[in-house]
Write a protein that binds this ligand. Structure first.
Ligand SMILES: *[C@@H]1O[C@H](CO)[C@@H](O)[C@H](O)[C@H]1NC(C)=O
Ligand SMILES: *[C@@H]1O[C@H](CO)[C@@H](O)[C@H](O)[C@H]1NC(C)=O
Ligand SMILES: *[C@@H]1O[C@H](CO)[C@@H](O)[C@H](O)[C@H]1NC(C)=O
Length: 210
């Protein structure tokens, strides 16, 4: 259901003209749904590509509360950013994603990381203590689907950090932190992750020429 929810956000699974009525196509500067109607984005950015590599703000409010506020504000799409390093680490970890408890400690240190992790769990009682980073992305996609908000996945940066500028190692393909092999692997992984018909590829070595 989780993956289906993301897929329906991105491409549309539904029959007839019910939301999201995908797959979408483009025509000139327009995005069209499956019936040829123009889709107009009224979007908000939800950053998830910084050091912890999960969508931000969940120590303050639940996913449900944030998405409800987006709905009230008339938002119909979120740009959900992620870092390629998220997927690199899954490959390094034999295909297993990192629990956010670990991700917080690695990004913020033991004391602060543990403290913020506990705040996230307190604000989001539906999260289990061992929830992984991708499961947080999934929870957001599922809630967005319930509110008919599209999710526009955005690979924002390679190494998870606040960005962006020309000296962040990601200015162009092949830049210091921008391995083209890791990047194509990462965006493929995320596309597969939201598809019910494919699965994340089996971890294998990537050439690191960049
Ligand atoms: C923990 O958070 C406090 C308050 O934001 C900050 O001053 C301190 O530098 C942080 N400690 C670490 C190890 O990041
Ligand atoms: C994660 O925690 C839940 C309880 O919160 C437990 O049921 C589940 O087995 C745990 N999963 C893993 C992979 O440890
Ligand atoms: C590419 O991913 C591997 C892990 O699979 C990692 O060791 C390497 O540092 C990454 N390359 C870059 C440039 O981030």
């Amino acid at each position: 259901m989780t993956n289906l929810a993301i897929l329906s956000c991105l491409f549309g699974l539904s029959t007839a003209a019910s939301w999201p009525n995908g797959p979408f196509t483009t025509s000139g500067s327009s995005i069209l749904d499956a019936s040829g109607n123009s889709i107009k984005y009224a979007g908000a950015n939800w950053p998830g590509a910084a050091d912890v590599m999960i969508p931000e703000g969940l120590q303050y409010q639940s996913v449900a509360s944030i998405v409800a506020k987006l709905t009230e504000a008339g938002v119909n799409v979120i740009r959900l950013t992620y870092a390629i390093e998220l997927i690199d680490q899954i490959y390094e970890n034999d295909g297993v994603d990192v629990p956010i408890s670990t991700a917080f400690v690695e990004a913020l240190g033991e004391a602060n990381g543990t403290a913020v992790f506990k705040e996230v769990l307190a604000a989001n009682p539906s999260f289990s203590a061992n929830i992984t980073r991708l499961e947080v992305f999934d929870a957001i996609a599922e809630e967005c689907a319930a509110h008919e908000i599209y999710v526009h996945l955005d690979n924002h940066i390679s190494t998870g950090t606040w960005c962006c500028s020309t000296d962040d190692g990601n200015a162009w393909w092949g830049d210091e932190d921008f391995s083209i092999a890791n990047w194509t692997r990462g965006i493929s992984y995320m596309a597969d992750h939201v598809s019910p018909t494919t699965h994340p590829p089996i971890p294998s070595a990537v050439d690191h020429h960049n």
